[in-house]
Design a protein around this ligand. Structure first.
Ligand code: DX5
Ligand code: ZN
Length: 218
């Protein structure tokens, strides 16, 4: 599967968001990642569907939304209506994750599922028939700029084996602490989507950094 680079706008300059988006776009961003935090599921608050809608108005690059929120089903329709194409609820946030993922699909978007660092990969098995990708958190969710948790590499390898046996077309996304230095190894381990916030938007030249990350992930 072709590797895809997904800049996370959490690390972008919100007083001049469009300039950062356009620079990442010129570099060849394959997706943009929207980190949605409710101050309850994670100890931080970010932004809501209205930012997704404004993003949609300025870029043709597809959007995903990573829902770090306690009540994903209350907000899924709003994000899809705002133009988000791929939705990643957390498996830890839903007492009935099957229903949540089904709702994403019923509203016409593609569904992913997100696992926190300590959540076992077996927790995706019950929804494999409904999802396009599994997002492995490689930091504790809530903040950008954290250090990559090294045990994620083994988790990617194990998840790739599980998927190859059960549903090989499901992609693996990795989110948190992705850098120019580790992206090549993450690809070798079996990841397909690379979500990077600081590595992209804190770079001196965003466009060039996207290009360099894309080269390094091949
Ligand atoms: C963390 C978010 C990540 C974050 C990644 O809760 O889910 O998407 O933006 O940021 P970096 O790449 O800086 O670790
Ligand atoms: Zn994220």
């Amino acid at each position: 599967m072709k590797p895809l680079l997904t800049p996370s706008i959490l690390a972008a300059n919100f007083s001049n968001l469009e300039a950062d988006i356009k620079a990442a776009e010129r570099g060849g961003a394959d997706y943009f990642h929207l980190d949605i935090m409710d101050g309850h599921f994670v100890p931080n608050i970010s932004f809501g569907p209205w930012v997704a809608r404004q993003m949609k108005a300025i870029t043709d690059v597809p959007l995903d939304a990573h829902l770090m929120i306690t009540n994903p089903r209350e907000y899924i329709p709003r994000f899809i209506d705002a133009g988000v194409e791929l939705i990643y609820p957390h498996v830890e946030a839903s007492f009935d994750v099957y229903r949540t993922v089904q709702m994403v699909r019923d509203h016409g978007a593609r569904a992913g599922i997100t696992l926190n660092p300590a959540t076992p990969i077996s927790s995706v098995e019950g929804v494999l028939n409904l999802i396009d990708s599994v997002l492995l958190m490689s930091v504790c969710p809530g903040f950008g700029g954290q250090k990559f948790i090294p045990s994620t590499i083994q988790k990617i390898t194990d998840l790739r084996t599980l998927l190859d046996n059960q549903k090989p077309e499901v992609r693996i996304a990795v989110d948190g602490g992705v850098t120019l230095e580790n992206i090549g190894n993450l690809r070798k381990a079996g990841a397909d989507f690379f979500i990077a916030g600081s590595a992209v938007f804190k770079a001196p030249d965003i466009e060039k950094r996207v290009r360099d990350l894309k080269k390094a992930m091949q």
